[in-house]
Ligand binder design. Structure first.
Ligand SMILES: *Cc1c(COP(=O)(O)O)cnc(C)c1O
Length: 369
């Protein structure tokens, strides 16, 4: 039997009654865009994250773009971020007219390296944008201290880390704002595109509520030219149902990760993303690092085990960023990681038996010449 990388079908089966009922309520009420379910979910998610506000929008990329625009970041500005992430992180920076300044990651955590961030801050820097990659919080205390020292904003890309904790406090509540994606495969996923921004800043929240909806204050009054990036009520209803299960699902992901680590930990050819006592990760992905990654990947796939690479080409090597200054092309840790990372199946319903099987096939593959 094949083992998928993520399994949205078995998750739906486990909550089918709740989800179907919630969707039918929306269909019966007939308010499909920014309806009461949207406001309800925003209240629930801000309470969950421990922030004063949650402003939903159409997807996680828009969430990033809206926050950057809301903070007045644009032409001539720089935002310090990582190259080892999904394309959208840097794309949003470019969309507002600013320039991404890529900083290298730490070799052990694969996350933004605070020691290197400070060297990348210039007079043009307006924000530091760490990514809590694979569900593991970046070093928020150090990053916040740097942001405060240089009076720049800290914006957290939380698209892979719904519910993760840093020093007991949720990601998305540390910086000026946190951005989330509810893409179906994320830890908290809708049944379509969706996203949101969390913040404690009332002015920013007020601006974002208008900005996501044509700069609109009342039905036919528009304060400024903006965009359409609204959440629909069906997605919000699904998200409210799923939010009730998120803690339990994240705990199941952590159990799966512990099991993998327990079995694979004795194999010296395998490295893991290091976790620190400061963090409670949520394992959006379970990533191992292997020198012989491609060989092992082929072997796992041929055994019916679906694996992934997140991400094979760092952003500074993407054709879209071909005109970056050459000083931005020296990211040795990022480049090495891109050649080594392999994402193994992980999702709350993944069985112990399958984790053992995946681990066995992986270990065998390492020793096949
Ligand atoms: C998924 C993701 C995004 C973008 O979210 P969408 O909802 O797909 O637009 C941004 N950043 C990271 C790190 C992501 O994983």
């Amino acid at each position: 039997m094949n083992i998928p990388l993520v399994d949205l079908h078995s998750q739906y089966s486990s909550i089918q009654e709740e989800v179907d009922q919630a969707i039918h309520e929306v269909l019966r009420a007939g308010s499909f865009i920014l309806g009461p379910q949207v406001q309800k979910f925003e209240e629930e998610f801000s309470a969950f994250c421990g922030t004063r506000f949650c402003i939903s929008c159409a997807n996680g990329t828009d969430a990033l773009e809206l926050v950057l625009r809301g903070l007045g970041i644009g032409q001539g500005d720089e935002v310090v971020t990582v190259s080892h992430t999904f394309f959208a992180t840097a794309e949003a920076i470019c969309r507002v007219g600013a320039v991404p300044v890529f900083v290298d990651i730490r070799d052990d955590t694969l996350l933004i390296d605070p020691d290197r961030v400070e060297k990348c801050v210039s007079t043009r820097t307006r924000a530091i944008l760490p990514v809590h990659l694979y569900g593991q919080p970046a070093e928020l205390e150090s990053l916040l201290a740097i942001a405060q020292k240089y009076t720049v904003h800290l914006i957290e890309d939380c698209a892979q880390a719904h519910g993760a904790l840093y020093q007991g406090k949720r990601v998305g509540s540390w910086g000026k704002a946190g951005t989330f994606s509810f893409y179906p495969g994320k830890n908290l996923g809708a049944y379509g595109d969706a996203g949101c921004i969390t913040t404690n800043d009332a002015d920013l929240a007020g601006w974002l509520k208008k900005a996501r909806n044509h700069g609109r204050t009342e039905k036919y009054t528009h304060d400024f030219v903006s965009q359409n990036s609204r959440l629909d009520s069906i997605q919000a209803a699904v998200l409210s149902v799923k939010l009730r299960h998120l803690e339990e699902w994240n705990a199941a992901r952590r159990n799966a990760a512990e099991l993998y680590r327990g079995i694979l930990g004795s194999t010296s050819e395998i490295r893991f993303q290091m976790t620190t006592p400061d963090t409670l990760p949520v394992y959006h992905l379970f990533v191992v690092r292997l020198n012989d990654r491609d060989k092992v990947m082929d072997r796992l796939r041929s055994e019916g085990i679906e694996v992934g690479v997140h991400y094979p080409t760092p952003l500074h090597r993407q054709p879209a960023f071909a005109n970056l200054p050459s000083s931005q092309r020296e990211l040795p840790v990022t480049e090495q990681a891109a050649g080594q990372v392999l994402s193994l199946p992980i999702f709350p319903e993944l069985s112990t038996e399958n984790i053992r099987k995946i681990s066995r096939v992986l270990q065998e593959a390492l020793f096949i010449r």
